[in-house]
Write a protein that binds this ligand. Structure first.
Ligand code: MRU
Length: 359
């Protein structure tokens, strides 16, 4: 059975508390928008697609409990709550794009005289629920396209060795995963020799979560600390790097977990292809380039402590940006659910496929 980070049935939502993994498996109830904001902000649930899905589902749970007979009031409430949820973590764009799409839907339903308040609510909630299925379908398509692209770049028909960073698997999505979905697909196709995952300091999503998923799926894997990446590429004949994304700008510049940029530089130096795997809902066409992507800064404690245990000298200053931006020039391809594209092709495909293109 694959790991389930989000458990949802109409009216009830629970998330697997990722701060407790890998040592404890505990689900936390999310009873509405306030809980949704908190579990995202505290990183009990994290990963760009999971943030969007849990945020929107928390609204679905809250709306179901409410009795509102006025569609305009409902529309207004939806907009306010979605904007609040978007503020929980600023870098991942998926929740913002989902919110824009849902606000558009609420506007349409509210303006349609043939739609009753209860039908408005039901159609709105159903639309949020559809995100779960779509995300898994998109991830499987990403897995397939990514697997093909990596195998095509292989000379001969050998097995591949992949390096990944952070956590992009079932825990970060509705299921299957993006970059980890590509790795999973390669493994299912019997083409994966080995995957290396970084520890991903400071918050250890690689050591805690990706390692946990890889063991759970019985995928042959080795954990390295972040400072071993150059040595790994120099000695272990890595076929490709595959990472996820929190926000991809129109020119392909990509914000992802801190440390991604230096891995991309090392990959370029060693001639190793560097792929970003992300759904189209991670692409922000409102930003021409990565310069204006807002980078979240997290509390010092995530650097100075592991759990309750202090590891840094008391009194030291810390800088803790949660993400960095990898320039498009270092990216070999962006693996999406619609195919694999060079960064400079994004503009052409996005207008065909994204429902809402933000201004
Ligand atoms: O801070 P996190 O753990 O939410 O960061 C997660 C990442 O950077 C992932 O690579 C990204 O969100 C893609 S998850 C499919």
């Amino acid at each position: 059975m694959s790991l389930e980070s989000i458990r949802y049935k109409r009216g009830t939502l629970e998330i697997l508390d990722q701060l407790l993994l890998p040592l404890q498996t505990r689900y936390v109830k999310v009873q509405g928008v306030e809980d949704g904001w908190k579990v995202i902000n505290k990183m009990q649930v994290r990963g760009a697609p999971a943030i969007a899905i849990v945020g929107c589902l928390s609204l679905a749970v809250e709306l179901l409990k409410e009795v509102i007979d006025d569609k305009k009031v409902m529309r207004q409430e939806i907009e306010g709550k979605l904007n609040y949820l978007v503020s929980a973590r600023p870098t991942a764009v998926n929740i913002k794009l989902a919110a824009d799409e849902l606000i558009n839907l609420a506007n349409t339903l509210s303006a349609d005289d043939n739609v009753s308040p209860s039908e408005f609510k039901d159609r709105f909630i159903s639309s949020i629920e559809g995100m779960l299925k779509k995300d898994i379908e998109d991830n499987k398509a990403i897995g397939k396209f990514g697997c093909e692209a990596i195998l095509n770049s292989l000379k001969g028909d050998g097995l591949v060795r992949i390096l990944t960073h952070c956590n992009t698997g079932s825990l970060a999505t509705a299921g299957y995963g993006t970059a980890l979905g590509v790795i999973r697909y390669l493994h299912e196709s019997k083409k994966l020799e080995h995957v290396y995952c970084t520890e991903t300091r400071p918050y250890n999503q690689g050591a805690r979560l990706t390692a946990y998923e890889l063991i759970h799926e019985k995928i042959p894997a080795t954990l390295i600390v972040d400072s071993m990446v150059s040595a790994l590429m120099n000695t272990r004949n890595i076929t490709a790097v595959v990472v996820g994304a929190d926000r991809v700008a129109a020119n392909g510049d990509t914000a992802n977990k801190i440390g991604t940029y230096q891995i991309a530089i090392v990959a370029k130096y060693h001639g190793v292809p560097f792929y970003v795997a992300a759904p189209l809902s991670s692409i922000d066409m409102s930003l021409k380039s990565g310069e204006r992507i807002k980078i979240e800064e997290r509390p010092d404690r995530e650097m100075t402590h592991i759990g309750e245990h202090r590891i840094a000298a008391p009194g030291i200053n810390c800088w803790n940006p949660s993400f960095d931006v990898t320039p498009a020039s270092l990216i070999s391809g962006i693996i999406t659910e619609k195919g694999v594209f060079a960064p400079n092709q994004l503009k052409d495909i996005i207008y065909m496929h994204q429902t809402v293109v933000p201004k």
